[in-house]
Write a protein that binds this ligand. Structure first.
Ligand code: BJ8
Length: 429
């Protein structure tokens, strides 16, 4: 999206297909301008995020390349179960690789059945079409055995990435056995990071990593609280953008930028300055993660005059809730604390998973939401199967729910708009 600096030599060096990459950036830039820059009354602090997005394939990639030249390792991940703390402790940089666009689907379907969720198809498509500079800039790409789709897709994906690849085993219950599986996965991950980086993870370096990641989460928790005000001081689209940039940006710079934004939001709340009038319909989204540039449903919701005031999502509060305790004098003791925190992530791959509907209802209550929209990617069995129970429990708590299944295409936009408008009308009434 950047026009200022010529990054083409760097992209060529990373092995990108420059023509397809130009096409992708063109579409991304256009969508960003239409959906984000056209919003009225945005907080000034969003200028930082606009800049990050304008340089998402430029300056940030250059930083990653420079970090590697300076001896750091770059580690790409697809899931909030992969602990950034360990990467930081091994002198590494952690970046999110999930892709949120319909790109390279035809190529992806050479490897994947059609009835695979759009998120998996998207990271295959981006890799096969050679348009993702993040994957190209990584020393190590990390998958995780969560849902069946990802689990089986990684068996093929490992051969397609141009770098080292590993898969972490994940538990599907929170039993003692599940705990042991997760702990072993983190021990294996730590050992792999040490081998790759040549660094030794110590209790001190891990505590420093924990503090950096906690600070990032604390800033996001502060943002989550502030957007609960009425009138909402920030749009759901802008808050989603901060949640998405969480996975790409330098952690310290990100934390300080979110805190600066929050300082401004506090002033806006004091002045009763909102992005929508007081009393505008308030929506919480619950469900599958929304990776960049998946902005379809939030933009439809906010185009109706409603405002999104929270997300029960991995790109949202599911990913940023709870901190890691830094108590422990050994690496193993601190890894136990990582396991404590990460086991609380209520991803639908866990069974049973009673805390997820509770959490969705809690977010809705805290944010005084008028409705919850459950967002599910087609063919995502874990979230689709949890949807009826979540709907029942949230509605029993007094908050109406609309269930939406969609993908990354634009074909259903008008149909979705009609359903969302009807839901917003219903809650207005
Ligand atoms: S912790 S939600 S980031 S696994 S949409 S690929 S579940 S079929 S993304 Fe996830 Fe980690 Fe869980 Fe979060 Fe499968 Fe569903 Fe596709 Fe999904």
């Amino acid at each position: 999206m950047s026009n200022e600096t010529d990054y083409r030599p760097m992209w060529a060096e990373l092995g990108l297909d420059l023509e397809k990459h130009d096409a992708l950036l063109g579409v991304l830039g256009q969508a960003y301008g239409d959906l984000f820059l056209s919003q009225g009354n945005r907080p000034d602090g969003m200028g930082y995020f606009d800049f990050v997005m304008s340089e998402v394939h430029g300056l940030r990639i250059k930083e990653l390349v420079d970090a590697r030249t300076a001896g750091k390792i770059v580690v790409g991940t697809f899931c909030v179960f992969v602990p950034e703390e360990l990467v930081l402790a091994a002198n590494g940089v952690c970046v999110g690789l999930c892709a949120g666009a319909d790109f390279g689907t035809e190529q992806a379907e050479r490897f994947l059945p059609r009835n695979t969720c759009a998120l998996i198809k998207s990271f295959f498509g981006f890799t096969l079409e050679k348009v993702c500079p993040y994957i190209a800039a990584c020393d190590l790409v990390v998958g995780e055995n969560t849902c069946d789709g990802k689990k089986k897709a990684y068996e093929t994906f490992g051969d397609l990435v141009p770098n080292d690849f590993m898969v972490l085993d994940m538990p599907n219950t929170r039993s003692d056995e599940g705990r042991a599986v997760l702990k072993q996965a983190y021990l294996d991950f730590a050992a792999r990071l040490e081998r790759l980086s040549g660094a030794t993870i110590t209790a001190e370096s891990l505590k420093a990593g924990i503090e950096t990641a906690n600070a990032k989460r604390r800033a996001m928790q502060r943002l989550a609280r502030l957007r609960q005000a009425d009138p909402a001081p920030i749009s759901g689209l802008d808050a989603l953008l901060a949640n998405q940039v969480f996975f790409y940006d330098d952690p310290e710079r990100f934390t300080s930028s979110v805190n600066t934004l929050c300082d401004e939001l506090e002033q806006r709340i004091e002045q009763q300055k909102g992005v929508a009038p007081k009393g505008a319909p308030r929506i919480v989204i619950s469900g599958c993660p929304m990776a960049v540039p998946n902005w379809k449903l939030p933009s439809i919701i906010e185009s109706t005059g409603a405002v999104i005031v929270g997300e029960e999502s991995c790109i949202g509060e599911r990913g940023t809730q709870n901190l890691v305790a830094d108590m422990g004098d050994t690496v193993e003791a601190l890894i136990d604390r990582l396991v404590d925190r990460y086991l609380t992530i209520d991803c639908a791959v866990f069974t049973p998973n009673p805390t997820r509907p509770e959490h969705a209802l809690q977010i809705a209550k805290d944010a005084r939401a008028d409705g919850v929209i459950h967002y599910c990617l087609q063919f995502c069995s874990p979230y689709q199967l949890e949807a009826p129970r979540l709907e029942r429990e949230v509605e029993a708590g007094g908050v109406p729910v609309l269930r939406i299944d969609t993908d990354y295409s634009q074909e259903d936009v008008e149909q979705l708009r009609t359903r969302v408008e009807a839901f917003v009308e219903q809650i207005r009434g």
